[in-house]
Design a protein around this ligand. Structure first.
Ligand code: ATP
Ligand code: MG
Length: 572
């Protein structure tokens, strides 16, 4: 896996004397950090991941988590986990728990540094008082609507707030009264005094505190004023001693305000905000809004439905932390917005699993194959290697008998050209077992094939040709007598964003084939004992993972993580 990363990220250079040198290309954030450390701006690296607990994390968040955690680790620094819970309307404890589980699963370790922005409400209040005392903040009675009108536009400067002239004493008194609950929601706000004529609208006396009589999941009813994100976030970073506060591009225009807050509050060694481009997946819906709609309308079976790209869903589907890390590494870090193909994520999970997991036999759409010349009641054990690419995985014993399940599509009554599997008269190899020749088949009243008959060549044990004769087809099988019955679920993209998220009538434009449930699949007996999240390669079918939610002791459910074949080529 590391080799993959190096292949993509590093450039191999030949120096004058022909010696090969490896030049590791460093992304722009690493370059900023290198410079800060060299110039003594900071003597350590301290990062954080600051999600708002208002939904489940998705693949885009994974990029941010792995970037922040990775940088801390790479520079021998620290990584904090902090919930940005300054907006009590949308936040829930359920989300706090799911986010923690997702980050742990990804392997980002915050050690003992788990924080909540709400832990700092007292310090934020003190900060606001400090600004008022410095003449840098004032209480305004303008409504939200009026504030918008006074703010001006990109081409017109804003107008001064008529309440901007209040004295420090009056502001202190009013702000205290806001805190005491004397005013209703929206009646008064605290604004930073910066510059109503600034070309950057974020700097036109932004609101930094509002009245909101709401119960908070952490602080209950202790507060009825809440800080605005742009004021709270830099304070949280500064209190925790964050050095590099990494966020996404939409906050670029907010950076002057971030810097203003830490400067006016006189934090020593203030943090530095750095923005990078969000990760988007081509044609795949990642927005919380759509996912919420899919969940609420019962179109998916929860935030972890395997068709979604929330971290919980990817985990349930069978993706591994290693595959997501590889994916994020391949995507790279940049300042320009782009979208990555879902096929690259699939490539990464194949790369991760192909040598790690056993290749076993499962028949997803069974028909019975009867070997007429094989003794009735006899079974023999065949030794089959678990993974030809990785001998360390050893081998297993698979029972072989007179009746087997094979895939329905591996038999055809009338074969088309280039069909080399079973048809009357044709000889094929049963994988790792014997050569068999198809002799006959049985149909039911509706004309469906119900049984295929063949004879075997006892001299071809192990699937080896006894006399140099060749067969062109090899098919897999499962012994009927010891088969394990299972359910298998196959997935496709649920909504193709490119084709439009909505139909003309406003309903979601769903792919009707996004879920296929196969109720009667048969697995070889070595699958017994497979547990939730265990994954396997089903020969010829792809990689599959035991569903953690729906598998029962009596019936396992498998999710297809990804098929085996891909036309995907890694970008150069
Ligand atoms: P969404 O709009 O998808 O819910 P968000 O930005 O509102 O995302 P937050 O909980 O505020 O979600 O984000 C936590 C962190 O994750 C932020 O630093 C944010 O910049 C980062 N982040 C969010 N989405 C992405 C993405 N697609 N790619 C990279 N980082 C992201
Ligand atoms: Mg958000």
């Amino acid at each position: 896996m590391c080799e993959m990363k190096n292949e993509v990220r590093n450039e191999i250079e030949k120096s004058g004397d022909g010696e090969v040198q490896e030049k590791v290309s460093r992304h722009f954030i690493e370059q900023i950090i290198d410079k800060d450390l060299a110039e003594g701006v900071y003597d350590t690296v301290h990062t954080r991941f600051p999600p708002e607990p208002n939904g489940y994390l998705h693949i885009g968040h994974a990029k941010s988590i792995l970037l922040n955690y990775g940088l801390a680790k790479q520079y021998g620094g620290k990584f904090n986990m902090r919930f940005d819970d300054t907006n009590p309307t949308k936040e829930k404890v359920e989300f706090v728990e799911s986010i923690k589980a997702d980050i742990e699963w990804l392997g980002a370790d915050w050690e003992d540094r788990l924080f909540f922005a709400s832990d700092y409400f007292g310090q934020m209040y003190e900060g606001a008082v400090k600004l008022i005392k410095k003449g840098k903040a004032y209480v305004s009675d303008l409504t939200a609507e009026e504030i918008r009108e006074y703010r001006g536009t990109l081409t017109e400067p804003g107008k001064d707030d008529p309440y901007a002239g209040r004295s420090v004493e009056e502001n202190l008194k009013l702000f205290e009264e806001m805190k005491e609950g004397k005013y209703g929601d929206g009646e008064k706000v605290l604004r930073a005094r910066i510059d109503m004529a600034s070309p950057n609208i974020n700097m036109r006396d932004p609101v930094i505190y509002r009245v909101a009589h709401m119960t908070h999941h952490n602080t209950g009813d202790q507060w009825c004023i809440y800080p605005m994100y742009d004021f709270a976030h830099p304070i949280e970073d500064a209190i925790e001693g964050i050095t590099h506060s990494i966020c996404t591009l939409e906050f670029e225009d907010h950076r002057p305000l971030y810097d203003w807050v830490v400067r006016e509050l006189e934090y020593p060694n203030p943090p530095k905000q750095i923005e990078f481009a969000k990760l988007y997946l081509t044609n795949v819906v990642t927005g919380k809004r759509y996912i919420k709609k899919l969940v609420e309308e019962g179109i998916v079976d929860g935030w972890d439905d395997p068709r979604l790209v929330s971290i919980a869903a990817l985990r349930r589907r069978g993706f591994t932390p290693e595959s997501i890390k590889l994916f994020v590494d391949l995507c790279g870090i940049s300042k320009s917005q782009s979208s990555v193909d879902y096929a690259m994520l699939e490539y990464c999970i194949r790369e991760d699993l192909k040598a790690k997991k056993p290749r076993m036999m499962a028949v997803l759409d069974p028909i019975k194959l009867v070997i007429d010349n094989y003794p009735e009641g006899q079974t023999e054990m065949l030794e089959i290697p678990n993974n030809l690419e990785n001998p360390e995985l050893g081998s297993r014993q698979v029972p072989f008998g007179r009746e087997l399940y094979i895939e329905r599509e591996d038999f055809m009554e009338v074969p088309p050209k280039k069909y080399f599997r079973m048809f009357p008269g044709n000889e094929v190899r049963l994988m790792n077992a014997y050569f068999v020749t198809c002799t006959d088949f049985v149909k039911d009243a509706e004309g469906n094939i119900t049984e295929v008959h063949c004879t075997y060549d006892p001299a071809s044990r192990g699937g080896n040709s006894p006399d140099g004769r060749k067969v062109k087809g090899t098919i897999h099988w499962v012994p009927v007598s010891e088969a394990i019955k299972a359910e298998v679920r196959l997935y496709e993209n649920i909504i193709d964003e490119e084709k439009g998220v909505y139909n003309e009538d406003g309903s979601l434009n769903l792919n009707p084939n996004s879920l296929t449930v196969l109720k009667e699949c048969y697995l070889e007996p070595a699958f017994a004992g497979a547990k939730a999240y265990d994954s396997f390669q089903f020969v010829r079918q792809g990689f599959f993972c035991v569903d953690a939610r729906d598998s029962k002791a009596e019936a396992m459910v498998f999710n297809r993580i990804v098929s085996l074949k891909s036309s995907y080529n890694l970008p150069k």
